[in-house]
Ligand binder design. Structure first.
Ligand SMILES: *[C@@H]1O[C@H](CO)[C@@H](O)[C@H](O)[C@H]1NC(C)=O
Length: 111
């Protein structure tokens, strides 16, 4: 019985060690917004992940030619992939949809 209890205790310790996870430290983190609905934020972690994004309210005409306010978003994120390459993606989102750009993003086929 003692042997089983010791074995179970060892398994528990090993399992505890396996799930221990130290999240990367945040080196920088900023956030700001305007009463009109604009914002910007950015952060950077010690393991090379960073992201910045801005949102700007802007008036556009909808399908019925009525003015509507949308938030035009632009941003960028960077990380290091499994092979050690630093990958950066720029993106935007507005009344024309979402677009992402970077060497890791396949280019759409133009016809
Ligand atoms: C992202 O945008 C910046 C600023 O316009 C540009 O210098 C950079 O080359 C762009 N990177 C990618 C991956 O498109």
């Amino acid at each position: 019985m003692k042997v089983i209890i010791v074995a179970l205790a060892l398994v528990a310790v090993a399992a505890g060690a396996a799930v221990e996870y130290e999240p990367p430290k945040i080196l920088r983190s900023e956030y700001d917004q305007t009463p009109q609905g604009g914002y910007n934020f950015g952060f950077e972690t010690e393991n090379g992940i960073s992201r910045i994004e801005t949102g700007e309210p802007k008036e556009v005409l909808d399908a019925d030619n009525k003015p509507q306010v949308v938030v035009a978003v632009r941003g960028s994120y960077t990380y290091t992939d499994k092979e050690g390459n630093v990958v950066t993606v720029n993106y935007s989102a507005d009344e024309n949809g979402f677009k992402a750009e970077g060497p890791s993003i396949p280019k759409p086929v133009r016809r």
